[in-house]
Design a protein around this ligand. Structure first.
Ligand code: COA
Length: 376
């Protein structure tokens, strides 16, 4: 007789072979297109990582210089399309704005090899334009020659960033560009597996990223740090949250059994920003909350290692860069769309329709033999 063991979270189920990234949850290691995330964060630009990911997805080869020029040109093109987005950028939530604005993208006439840059640049421009609209300011036009990090910071904050800020955002975008089959990437691959179009796959991925169990966590992390307020209050606050059965944002991960390696990358970026003279207001309280949360979670779940995830120090880093918390998840999308786009191409090239099964537990019609005989 068939057993109906249900794996509702799909843990350990392999549905794709990929050249794009590997998440080693036991050892806390992340490879992106053959490179350790720490090495990329130290020396690679976001454009260089886009080139690596898009080349790995095949069949074209991309170089950093060309990708930078292409992204710049595509940002200018996306800017010229803002008017036809209608009310999309007036949505209260940044991810709703992105979802609606990306849905307007027209890829007709865009060669498949240029789709990566088209969607990546559009997300950059639409996220920045939403941030300005939300702040009651007019959107700022992109520069065709700037890097993505440089241009995005300027388009959101209205000031030209210094080298430390530009570098810190480059580290952020590079580090979040890809991460195995996370929920949004999986959503993109499921949609691509039906031979649907790239825009539909990216819109689906944006919807998945929005949730607080995935990319929606860093804003609430900052809310938590503000609610704690002072390092001395961290332990009591965390204990009270856990006793109410609440989840601590920025803690725990489906794959990592140790601290997320991206947390350490962001800590280094924060330290570099700090030593360049930037104010990192929430770092002391963040350190205290992290210590308290890790300790309390270990006590509550001794059999399940729950450690700091990427979103915890994302909040501290993006806050130190002067980005408002509402823009954190859209900024995540600016980096992650590079990976989605690569996964969509990879799925299209090699994948089959992704179509799992479910076990029916609803009502059934009465068995034939038990039914009253039909009278004529
Ligand atoms: N705070 C408190 N409890 C947590 C927790 C957290 N951050 N993360 C997991 N747990 C608890 C779960 O509630 C579960 O408890 P239960 O058995 O009493 O129901 C137990 O730990 C085991 O959870 P697990 O199966 O490991 O969680 P998951 O793999 O389904 O979820 C996350 C992973 C990321 C969704 C989860 O850790 C979480 O919600 N974290 C907070 C949100 C967050 O930071 N999201 C960004 C992820 S990058």
């Amino acid at each position: 007789m068939a057993t109906h063991e249900i794996n509702s979270g799909l843990e350990g189920v392999l549905v794709a072979a990929t050249r794009l990234s590997e998440v080693d949850g036991e050892h806390g290691r992340l490879l992106i297109a053959g490179h350790d995330v720490e090495d990329l964060a130290r020396s690679a630009s976001f454009e260089a990582v886009c080139a690596l990911l898009w080349t790995s997805a095949g069949p074209e080869t991309y170089g950093e210089v060309d990708v930078r020029a292409e992204l710049g040109a595509m940002r200018v093109r996306a800017w010229s399309e803002l008017e036809r987005l209608g009310d999309a950028l007036r949505a209260k939530d940044g991810m709703e704005a992105l979802r609606a604005s990306v849905a307007h993208l027209d890829l007709d006439g865009v060669a498949p090899a240029r789709e990566h840059a088209r969607v990546t640049a559009a997300v950059t421009v639409f996220a920045a334009a939403w941030a300005r609209t939300r702040a009651g300011e007019p959107p700022i036009a992109p520069s065709a020659t700037a890097s993505t990090a440089d241009d995005y910071l300027r388009m959101v904050t209205g000031t030209t960033p210094g080298e430390p800020e530009r570098r810190a955002l480059d580290v952020y975008l590079t580090t979040v560009s890809d991460h195995g089959l996370n929920a949004s990437t999986f959503a993109a691959r499921v949609i691509a597996s039906t031979q649907s179009d790239t825009v539909s796959a990216v819109v689906g991925a944006l919807g998945a990223l929005k949730g607080p169990l995935h990319g929606g966590a860093p804003g609430p992390v900052l809310d938590m740090l503000d609610a704690v307020g002072h390092p001395d209050r961290a332990s009591a606050w965390i204990d009270a949250e856990l006793s109410r059965g609440r989840r601590i944002m920025g803690m725990g991960h489906r794959i990592y059994r140790v601290r997320d390696p991206r947390a350490a990358v962001f800590e280094r970026a924060i330290a570099a920003l700090h030593s360049s003279g930037a104010h990192v207001p929430r770092l002391p309280v963040a350190r205290a909350v992290e210590g308290a949360a890790v300790g309390a979670l270990a006590a509550k779940y001794p059999a399940r290692a729950l450690a700091t995830n990427v979103e915890f120090y994302t909040a501290v880093l993006l806050d130190a860069l002067g980005l408002p918390r509402e823009v954190f998840t859209p900024t995540f999308a600016v980096g992650r769309v590079a990976g989605w786009s690569a996964h969509i191409a990879e799925q299209r090239a090699k994948g089959r329709l992704i179509r799992p099964s479910s076990h029916y537990i609803g009502e059934r019609p009465a068995a034939r033999a038990e039914r009253a005989p039909a009278r004529c």
